[in-house]
Design a protein. Structure first.
Length: 378
């Protein structure tokens, strides 16, 4: 019997709600604190407890988390930040916003992630930060490079936008002693609607992050309510997380075990269905330790664009994550040849992946991919 795919398979990604989010937003609206409030503080505390870290600083988006995290790590004009070209442009825009310059580096095409050897080979005297991007939620272990990085005073700021809940060894991403930046955007493993967070390394760094997100004001909003003045001691932005978004995140966090299980199950269903299909290679998400936000494949033999169009026409919501940044006009000043990344950019394609989908949907998408590959090869 032919399987008729659910309408959800026409979407590459989609937020998943558990049912309590609407009531949580209504309660937050009734409280009347929309900029920063007790619900945001509670969300920070709950995320910190989930990860097992002393503190978490919530902000308005994943991009804001990267910007604040870089500034808190001391990045500014004249500095260089190593970053893979193969990432969402937000990673690069956050670097540019600090006044620093990106230095693009290669990734392993099999994982989409940077390797320690590439990091060490790309270091220059101006390098201040390395920003590994945890593509597909997969942890990046830079331990073999850490001694050299520490000796040169280079900080690691993780772009873990896709990796909330994933593991590095026996510890969750965010607990390995580096500055870690998460996104809680619409289609992430845990959504706040919009939002992000930084895991700081020290109490002092946490204070810096809170001042940067809150216009440089030293005192908390609760403390200012009891004062007749306040102090601004440096640069800051207005990138706090609203209690409305934090309320959604708290409900999502209550159900995270379900998200973890269902996302791994769907990824494994794709891996089984894709096994043996010629002309396609699954990007390895290390799913036993990863909470995957996507399922990415490489379409080989130069036919990605034809396969992409064919699948879209067949109602399969494929996507491309991501076009390389070193080829973008906005970042042409920092272009350098990256042949592995350029090839990956021509091959990468993401299959429909969100919690509304079932293993049967994954089988249907894989079958359509097989047919599209056969037609493209004729």
């Amino acid at each position: 019997m032919t399987h008729t795919a659910s309408p959800d398979i026409a979407r590459n990604a989609r937020p998943y709600l558990y049912g309590g989010e609407e009531a949580a937003i209504t309660s937050a609206l009734s409280a009347g604190q929309y900029n920063h409030g007790a619900v945001t503080d509670k969300f920070e505390q709950r995320v910190a407890a989930f990860l097992g870290v002393p503190d978490v600083v919530a902000v308005s988006s994943g991009a804001a988390a990267l910007h604040v995290g870089l500034l808190a790590a001391g990045v500014g004009p004249g500095h260089e930040v190593l970053v893979p070209s193969f990432t969402f442009c937000a990673s690069v825009q956050a670097i540019v916003a600090t006044g620093a310059r990106p230095r693009f580096i290669e990734v392993n095409p099999g994982t989409g992630c940077v390797e320690p050897a590439e990091v060490l080979a790309a270091l220059t005297p101006d390098t201040r930060v390395v920003m590994p991007v945890l593509y597909g939620g997969r942890a990046v272990d830079l331990a073999p490079a850490r001694l050299s990085l520490d000796e040169q005073g280079v900080t690691v700021v993780e772009d873990a936008a896709q990796a909330f809940g994933s593991w590095q060894g026996e510890r969750r991403v965010g607990t390995t002693g580096v500055v870690t930046c998460f996104s809680f955007g619409p289609i992430k493993n845990l959504t706040c609607g919009l939002g992000g967070a930084i895991v700081p390394r020290t109490p002092q760094e946490a204070d810096t992050c809170r001042r940067l997100r809150g216009l440089g004001i030293v005192e908390s909003s609760a403390r200012r309510a009891e004062m007749t003045t306040y102090m601004v001691d440096g640069f800051g932005m207005r990138v706090q997380m609203s209690p409305l978004n934090a309320a959604v995140g708290l409900v999502q966090l209550d159900h995270f075990a379900e998200a973890e299980s269902r996302r791994r199950s769907l990824w494994r269903a794709y891996a089984t269905a894709l096994d043996g299909i010629d002309g396609v290679a699954l990007v390895d998400a290390d799913v036993d330790r990863t909470v995957p936000p996507m399922c990415a494949v490489r379409v080989l033999d130069g036919c990605r664009d034809r396969v992409f169009r064919e699948l879209r026409n067949r109602g399969i919501g494929v996507g491309v994550h991501y076009p390389p940044n070193h080829t973008q006009p906005a970042f042409s000043t920092w272009h350098r040849p990256l042949p592995a990344t350029e090839r990956l950019g021509r091959e990468i394609m993401t299959l429909p992946f969100h919690q509304h989908l079932t293993p049967t949907d994954a089988q249907h998408a894989a079958a359509e991919l097989r047919r599209a590959l056969l037609r493209a090869s004729r």
